[in-house]
Design a protein around this ligand. Sequence first.
Ligand SMILES: [Zn+2]
Length: 502
Amino acid sequence: MSEMQATYLKDYLPPAYRVTHTELTFDLDPTATRVKARLHLERHPEREAGLPLVLDGEGLTLKQVAIDGQPLEADEFEADAHSLTIARVPERFRLDTEVQIAPDTNTALEGLYRSNGMYCTQCEPEGFRRITFYPDRPDVMATFSTTVIGDRESLPVLLSNGNPVEQGELPDQRHFVTWEDPHPKPSYLFALVAGSLEKVEDHFTTQSGREVLLQIWVEPENLDKTDHAMASLKRAMRWDEETYGREYDLDRFMIVAVNDFNMGAMENKGLNIFNSAAVLTHPQTATDAAFQRVEGIVAHEYFHNWSGNRVTCRDWFQLSLKEGFTVFRDQTFSADVNSAPVKRIEDVSFFRTAQFAEDAGPTAHPVRPDHYIEISNFYTLTIYEKGAEVVRMLRHLLGWEDFRRGSDLYFARFDGQAVRIEDFVACMAEVSGSTSTSSCAGTPRPAPRRSTPTASMTTPPASTICVSPSVPRRPRGRARSCRSTCRSASAWAWWGPSRGTI
Ligand SMILES: [Zn+2]
């Protein structure tokens, strides 16, 4: 593979060009799928003029490239194993590319792959670059129009993000479906599924009275195992309206259960893809715990529609912005619809057993790391579970009403944008007058200050809690710099030894 090279948060720059709209056409074939991409690009207003256009791409066979309809000569662009570079581009232009990929031999299980005759995608965090040349980073958000073409008999179902707007027959026993997703999204939320699947359907009426079609797509033998997932989805949709004021925003919401999906579940916009084990249940074969687990996962992925999709991460250092907040939301949902004390005991028990061990070991890292070599290694208990505990702490410090007002402000202010953890915290600070920070590793140990006679551990006054590390500190120099960062926090401090991430 490529040389080991770290990516640093401090080096972040906005993309040189942003994509306003993406048009994709997939002509599916096991060994020679053609992907045509038409990207509507413009220079980012915060970047200087005249920069080259550099697009990510892995394992792609480039067939043609054109700008504003004019094919480029071989000396006008450079394509290597990881990128496509065009030295001179206009301020605003249309880029057409066509590439060939081989889903059958894609064993990375990122990008578009084919397993048991079914096509499926996994793009988070950096899989989209295995599909086409693209600025494959979460702060490039575009609307998508996707046409999927496939064999009518072996691929009767052709799914992608958004709402279906056109479908029809083509020569050679092929057919197509075109999908429009009107909500700007980063490439990691793109999804495509094609295969021989069957569905169960239901409907949900949103709080504003819109009718949403709900579909769960499975292999035929699993049709009798979807009832609980569908009921869980409807409960989650209602809960998010009542608790956070968040309403679903497309005409349909789809879940696909895939036997050969290597992640647990993925929140692709309007088209969640699950490993079958995370969505299918039957009273004769599943325990109560399995039923609750499916309910929690279905809810988690659905909740991402707002905390992750409508408002997403500026860069992958902000991963806990969507995961910590969404885990907190799914924990609270499960507590509300089941037993709150039992749920909290389960979560704390898991947290103390697993995340504390991570924090005390060589892979300890801050909720927001400052560098990484491979971001796929950072889907950790710290990002998810500790991130959720930080959000829970904010909720306790602020009280529910202020926390909800902060959440409303966050969604309203940043809808359709890619933002940072600081932006979330700033919204909470703005409605409450409190601030916080979480830039260090280590298990915190709350302790009352000497001047404070007693301190409530559930809703402490802003000035009464400080936090000390329970894991050995690094040499003074490193610890001091970390501590001084955290000293600026007025509500609470989260400090300990900053560790390397790899
Ligand atoms: Zn998630």
